[in-house]
Design a protein around this ligand. Sequence first.
Ligand SMILES: Nc1nc2c(ncn2[C@@H]2O[C@H](COP(=O)(O)OP(=O)(O)OP(=O)(O)O)[C@@H](O)[C@H]2O)c(=O)[nH]1
Length: 525
Amino acid sequence: MALGFIKKIFSFGKKEVEEVSAEEPQVAAEAQESLAAPADDTVASAPSVEEAVEEAAVLPAEALGAIEVESPVADEPATKPETVAESEPEILPEIAPVVVEQVEAAAEASGRAEPEHIPAFEPHAVPVESAPVPEEPEPEPEAADEPSGIAIDMIPGPMDDADIGPVEIPAPEAPTADIEPAGAVDTPAPVAKPSTNKVTVTRFVEDKKPDEPLPAEPARRLSWFERLRKGLSRSSQQLGDSIGGIFTKRKLDEDTLQDLEDVLIQADLGMETAIRVTDALSATRYGKDISTDEVRTIMATEIEKVLGPVAKPLELDLSHKPHVILVVGVNGTGKTTTIGKLAAKLTAGGLNVMLAAGDTFRAAAIEQLHIWGKRTGAPVVSSKLGADAAGLAFDAWKQAKEAGSDVLIIDTAGRLQNRAELMEELAKIVRVLGKHDPDAPHTVLQTLDATTGQNALNQVEIFKNIAGVNGLVMTKLDGTARGGILVAISAKHKLPVYFIGVGEQVDDLEPFAAKDFAKAIAGVA
Ligand SMILES: Nc1nc2c(ncn2[C@@H]2O[C@H](COP(=O)(O)OP(=O)(O)OP(=O)(O)O)[C@@H](O)[C@H]2O)c(=O)[nH]1
């Protein structure tokens, strides 16, 4: 049963951002600088793991402060002024109900009539206290040892349609700003929850139906396929041109097969899939004339065989409260944007979602997550710039538990896979979460930028080993000529691919469909 519900926007007060003292940002700035190191940085040039862990461990003690709860914020512009006067939570008398696009879609999918109006309700202040984070048994000091300054931005409901657009990420800034908590917690409009502990997340959150295929949505599906084809047109066009060049007036022989194999490898599909395709061709058509259309069709069939086993819906086990999703990946691969899109799906499906701004290196990243929280109605737990990410994750779990959240999604700072000290920080986040719940994080999602090409193979290898990645999201498939890399990654790593990102908008996250993708990349109608 698809679930979709209406959320409302309430305006309460302003979030305040204040200047940070001179010493703290300097440490954070160093950390930030290390993150911004060029891609060709080697491990040898980086500080040792021990040094880095020591350094990281100092951060939270300096950076964390008293824990407070941020008041709900009024409709703010996407780019917020540095300082906004704090005010008592302001209660607007009544705001017309706002229906977000995907909520409409969810309601439509579930056959629900669209409610005409949802009555406003009044916000109330709920102080939230931070939890002290226990020490880790290892010699490395945990940020959790220190009291931490956590702000929770409780967002009452989705913004209206006019506010939904690409997130503008402010230019990197000196770490002088701090997210200042304020005062009240607003409870989002109540929404019905899934009735079982297992749900699948596709376009919507649904009760898991083990033996049934996901409900078909013919009209929407067609437009989705067209969009996918458009997004992958550069990849398929390049491939099609090359194939056309090989098979014009030539019979299928050893040379043509070798040429085709080279073309498929150049298109990032990977050796394994290239051999699959040429084997399939030679098995049935060797020595015969063959058209490019036939080659494309066989190619699509073979690619689908590779992708089929990894195209799985994201499953959330709601017997874990919260089900923790940790989102990891290299800088700029789309972690925060994917979190926003995913949170929109989950909240529209009636789940209580909390977000944690674990990218404590960039003020802009924290701000970006707050914007997504506001759009989706998900409260955001954040801390001071430069705070220890593991400590924040630990506290966020506790906040989510206390709030009864179904799902906690934790953002992390982007990091290159060859930066050993940063990868160790990621491992620490995983370990710390395990203290609350041995199975947490339950889902470790890695975002991959489709424009990256071959390097993505190596990224998956290392993140999988260090952070236990158990699912992938490939972003930026709109407009890249390198979409074939997803096939190579699937063949090599065999990790589930839950979603693909085809744009910056909130609904540009689509469940991964093997057949559609295979046809789109092979250029088959
Ligand atoms: N075209 C397109 N752009 C995307 C997609 N997903 C994310 N982006 C854009 O990619 C840029 C980086 O996205 P972020 O979500 O900030 O990436 P991140 O991994 O959180 O970045 P760091 O925190 O710096 O590591 C932003 O401009 C996004 O709007 C997508 O599917 N398609």
